[in-house]
Write a protein that binds this ligand. Structure first.
Ligand SMILES: [Zn+2]
Length: 134
């Protein structure tokens, strides 16, 4: 495939929507919820982190719009339009293949967002897709 074709696919609507999903999943600054305030920002015992650091910036996860199905759904649509194949249900997650269609600042958020939403989890230290039964 030539470069021109590559470029065109990066502007497909679902591909851009996935980048938007990654950007929207985190807002600036530490989490300000009562639990975090009471704990002085300590996240020990949290099943899911409220505050994350990405590329040196402290961000808080917007849970309401970054659930498993939000992120998995956006990823699946982007993957399908970019590769013309269905996103694997499970098995090894090719993070480079995902990174191939995410441009700009959203690219730095891929891993954190996919792990945070439980779309990807490590199995024996290797990222794997987590299938839908959550
Ligand atoms: Zn919080």
């Amino acid at each position: 495939m030539d470069l021109f074709e590559d470029d065109k696919r990066l502007f497909l609507r679902p591909v851009l929507a996935f980048a938007e999903c990654l950007m929207a999943a985190f807002a600036d600054g530490p989490c300000g919820c009562i639990r975090c305030k009471d704990g002085d920002g300590s996240q020990s015992g949290y099943a899911y982190l409220h505050t994350v650091e990405i590329a040196g910036r402290v961000l808080n996860r917007r849970f309401a719009i970054s659930t498993y199905s939000d992120v998995r759904g956006a990823l699946a649509k982007a993957w399908e339009s970019f590769y013309k194949t269905v996103l694997p249900e499970g098995g090894r997650a090719d993070m480079n293949a995902i990174a191939a269609f995410v441009q700009g600042p959203a690219a730095r958020r891929i891993e954190v967002a996919l792990y945070a939403a439980g779309v990807v989890a490590d199995v024996d230290g290797v990222p794997h897709f987590v299938s839908g039964e959550v």
